[in-house]
Design a protein around this ligand. Sequence first.
Ligand SMILES: Cc1cc2nc3c(=O)[nH]c(=O)nc-3n(C[C@H](O)[C@H](O)[C@H](O)COP(=O)(O)OP(=O)(O)OC[C@H]3O[C@@H](n4cnc5c(N)ncnc54)[C@H](O)[C@@H]3O)c2cc1C
Length: 394
Amino acid sequence: MFQNEQIYDVAIIGGGPAGMTTAFKCAESGLKTVVLERDREIGVPVRCAEGVMNKALEHYGDIPESVIASQINKIIILPPNKIPIIVNSSQGVILNRELFDKFLAKKALDVGTKILLKHDVFNASYNSNENLFYLQIRDQGLPIKSKLLVGADGIDSQVGRWFGLSKQLDLDDIDSCAQYLLYDENIQDGECSFIFDNTYAPGGYIWIFPKGNKSANIGLGVNPKKAEKSAKAYLDEYISVNFPKANALRFTCGGVPVRQSNQVLVKNRVMLVGDSAYQSNAISGGGIDTAISAGLLCGSSIVKAYSKGQFNDKKLSIYEQKWHSKNHNKEKIEQIIKTKITNASNDKLDKYFDYIRDLSLEELNVLNIFKTLILKRPSLFAKLSTKVFFDFLK
Ligand SMILES: Cc1cc2nc3c(=O)[nH]c(=O)nc-3n(C[C@H](O)[C@H](O)[C@H](O)COP(=O)(O)OP(=O)(O)OC[C@H]3O[C@@H](n4cnc5c(N)ncnc54)[C@H](O)[C@@H]3O)c2cc1C
């Protein structure tokens, strides 16, 4: 009933934050835009700890309060020796990700995007006679056709592989995550914790992100090469020791990319954005804010490349150039820090955290952590090229 045979200017596979922000930009400028989402509801199921810094939401000045589950006022980093680094901060929130994704979808709808649910794209090809992409939808007869294709289809992106933009991730490039939404009397509302301990989270960390009323997303990520059992098994062990009386309200699992973003973001009118392009933060695995900023950049590049019913391939590649020129050095340093953390013993982790113990939150960003570590342990960055080093410090 909802499918129609018109040719879209832009077809976007995936209705998460990356897809919806890209769609918003395209449709706002009058491009015929469709988002194809395989799930039956936007924002469901939630596969996320829902934490985000306020500044990531500034792109949308009018964020409704209803999409925010809880405000953060304290961040606690707990190294293996359990001597906490406590930062008083009100710079972050825990979202209600289901409502947040629906909010982004509504913004895209309001400017004319068509959203098709239960549209699982199982194949895509380019028809060079018609200069169109043909998208085959499971259980649907007719393909959907578009002039340009955006893969916003998450960490397991098929679009990247179908069109030769990306390859399957190596085990070192991914953290395997498990999470419960737990209810427990001992959960401190407003306090976000990051716990580093190889006993429970080898190569990764445990998070406690409170959602109010004594509930919290409590989860962990592990490096698959270091882990001896599943992420869920590690999490169950952690919960049984630390929250023995907790009740679980929801379980989720999934992978997060922890590497630099994909080198190729645009090729022959196919574009990748968000987790499908591995644009998340390699240290934290957080990807909501990068998905939004990449989606906005991707969408505005598409709009600028469109003229008289055609897309200019050179102008499309401005997205790739701008993304890498803004993020390459930061991502490189994030990845070096991530690799050091992944491979550190508990004793080493204690030492690393001692180096940054005295930084305040305003200073606790990648640049300052990098500056501090380079002063205290220059050998950590021995593999960094002088160019990246100086460009980053500029
Ligand atoms: C356990 C866990 C905890 C996390 N916690 C945080 C956090 O606290 N903070 C943070 O910033 N980030 C977090 N992340 C990462 C964050 O969720 C992602 O970075 C973010 O959702 C990326 O957005 P996206 O739009 O690129 O992809 P997604 O949100 O993954 O959206 C991709 C969409 O594409 C759809 N899709 C895929 N293939 C097809 C297809 N063939 N046809 C149609 N539809 C398709 C999927 O159904 C999905 O809806 C977490 C991730 C996990 C797994």
